[in-house]
Design a protein around this ligand. Structure first.
Ligand SMILES: Cc1ncc(COP(=O)(O)O)c(C=O)c1O
Length: 373
């Protein structure tokens, strides 16, 4: 019998196992309460998550995609407007821009695979309304540079913090830098629920009020609709379960950083390793290495039972759905090169040194066989 430890990519069942009684108690309490939408659990979670992010207000909603779309709606972004973002992101970053009828404009990325601030001035036009950086893989983009440019050009800033719950730059958390910060609580996120969920955080009371209406058919009181809204609500069960998890988030992020440290040590010299940008506390939503032999390495790991993923194999500007934007191969060279080289290794807070050794050992074997060393 093999003693090889089971190796999961995101560790969801490990996490559930560690919290099972509390999670089940929280869900049952809501089921028995008879109140399922926009109640005490949502109110309390919003208060707690705003405080966690260092923001005054939080409005929860049904997903990260809708958090971004609601944020853009609240800023009055619509047809004819441009939103500057990146193309090496989960497609929903850009779906949200399309949902409000605006046009995405893509900046290339820097060595940390985050928005390259140097490219921004050349992308600003009279139609630009918002800069929408993505805190990809768990680290904050250059928000000082982005905020300074936004101020210079009179633009608003919406952070896509869907992969960066608890990440910091200069001690300030993701979501607390822009006009609004948007989060996803998809199950695999650093803070995830048991279905879909999302939230927008902000310090602006006016936007807070507007967001609360927008997510609930535009109504303030039942049947009195003040703005044209949608239905995008976090339900009480998900909010209750997120409240169980939130107090563990810092410790989980710390554990992710430790796992990253083990990977760094064992993989040094074997492939390109993720780096913390200066001043950043990276929370390693994903641990993404780079190698020109990405596909072969992925197959080698799969043959030995280790799942890897690619975040993301086709950048948004080269996706068929966005062909109408008119981008072609070569337009975003750093983004396109990354898409050919990146590989996400298993990463979650419950990973052991033994598991990191197993994955790293397989990568070292591959490097030896292929004559890298
Ligand atoms: C960077 C980024 N933006 C947006 C989203 C969309 O979030 P959701 O899946 O909750 O709609 C995700 C999650 O997939 C994401 O990783």
């Amino acid at each position: 019998m093999s003693h090889r430890p089971a190796l999961s990519f995101s560790g969801l069942s490990e996490q559930y196992g560690s919290l099972q009684p509390e999670i089940e108690r929280a869900a049952l309490e809501v089921l028995r309460s008879g109140w399922y939408v926009l109640g005490r659990q949502v109110r309390e979670f919003e208060r707690e998550f705003a405080a966690y992010c260092g923001r005054r207000c939080c409005v929860s909603c049904a997903s990260g995609t809708e958090a971004l779309a609601l944020a853009l709606m609240a800023l009055g972004v619509g047809p004819g407007d441009e939103v500057i973002t990146v193309a090496n992101t989960a497609v929903p970053t850009v779906s949200a821009i399309s949902m409000v009828g605006a046009r995405p404009v893509f900046a290339d990325v820097n060595q940390f695979l985050l928005m390259n601030v140097e490219h921004l001035p050349s992308l600003v036009t009279e139609r630009s309304k918002v800069i929408l950086p993505v805190h990809l893989y768990g680290q904050v983009a250059d928000m000082e540079g982005i905020n300074a440019l936004a101020q210079q050009y009179g633009l608003r800033v919406v952070e896509d913090a869907c992969q960066a719950h608890g990440a910091e730059h200069q001690g300030v958390r993701a979501g607390a830098w822009g006009d609004l910060g948007c989060f996803s609580f998809y199950p695999t996120k650093n803070l995830g629920c048991y279905g879909d969920g999302g939230a927008v955080v902000t310090d602006r009371e006016d936007i807070h009020d507007l967001l609360r209406k927008l997510r609930n058919y535009g109504q303030e009181q039942r049947y009195l609709h003040l703005v044209k809204g949608i239905n995008s609500r976090l339900d009480e069960i998900q909010a209750a379960m997120l409240r169980v998890k939130l107090p563990h988030l810092d410790q989980w992020n710390q554990a992710r950083r430790q796992v990253a440290g083990w990977y760094h040590q064992r993989l040094a010299g074997l492939c390109g390793l993720p780096e913390d940008a200066p001043g950043n506390l990276h929370v390693y939503h994903l641990y993404v290495i780079r190698t020109a032999r990405r596909d072969d390495l992925g197959s080698h790991l799969a043959r030995h039972g280790v799942q890897t993923l690619i975040h993301y194999p086709v950048p948004v500007h080269l996706q068929k759905a966005y062909a109408d934007l008119g981008y072609t191969v070569g337009d975003l060279p750093a983004t396109e090169q990354a898409a050919r080289e990146i590989l996400s290794l298993p990463m979650h807070p419950a990973m052991t040194q033994e598991q990191v050794d197993l994955v790293s050992g397989l990568i070292a074997d591959f490097a030896r066989i292929e004559g890298w060393q």
